[in-house]
Design a protein around this ligand. Sequence first.
Ligand code: FOL
Length: 211
Amino acid sequence: MTRLTLIVAATRNNGIGQGGQLPWRLAKEMAYFKRVTTSAPEGSMNAVVMGRNTWESIPQKFRPLNKRLNIVISSNKHYELLPPDTVTPCAPVYLHTNLDSTMERLSQPQFLECPIHRSFVIGGASLYRETLALPPTSQSFVDRVLLTRVLSPAFEECDVFMPDFIADGEREGKPWRQASHEELQEWAGFEVAAGTQEENGVQYEFQMWVR
Ligand code: FOL
């Protein structure tokens, strides 16, 4: 059974992207994403699973994401992830054509260069939708959401949205619970800024939801 943690920054109405990119530039928020997705015990590594559009949205110099196992999902099995002969010693990257084979791979650590500590779903909207819909009985299940709630401004230009997982969970009778800030820090393994944060006029808050 592979537990998945979904990580996302979203506005109050769940806007996550605009024109193929993040709608904002928040250095400290991005540093949190990097730290939480990278932190793993010595000798192990975390996995980041993403859709092809999200892969392409990451600046070339940052991809594959360093010190994490990168898995990119594209239905095009000939998709060229990297220019030929690119060497990325601290960042393995694999292409998968669907979520099932991705989960198969993650559950067979003997085929990976080192043990996988945690697996993160890092977007985008269609992968968030697909993974949140996995039933608790399937071989993989999203049991945690690290949500950075962007409180203001509204970023009304957003053109990509994640599902309203909180309302969906309520409606389906498997409600999400917001963990305390202490639980978030304990799970992350480092101090996380509490309460409303502000960066270039954008207000946001680090939250953790579990089910
Ligand atoms: N979750 C949260 N909380 N914030 C995000 O910005 C976010 N972004 C994505 C998925 N989940 C998120 C997808 N988009 C990079 C760029 C875009 C992206 C994810 C990651 C990226 O370049 N990350 C580098 C750090 C870059 C930097 O320092 O500016 C990394 O090493 O993680």
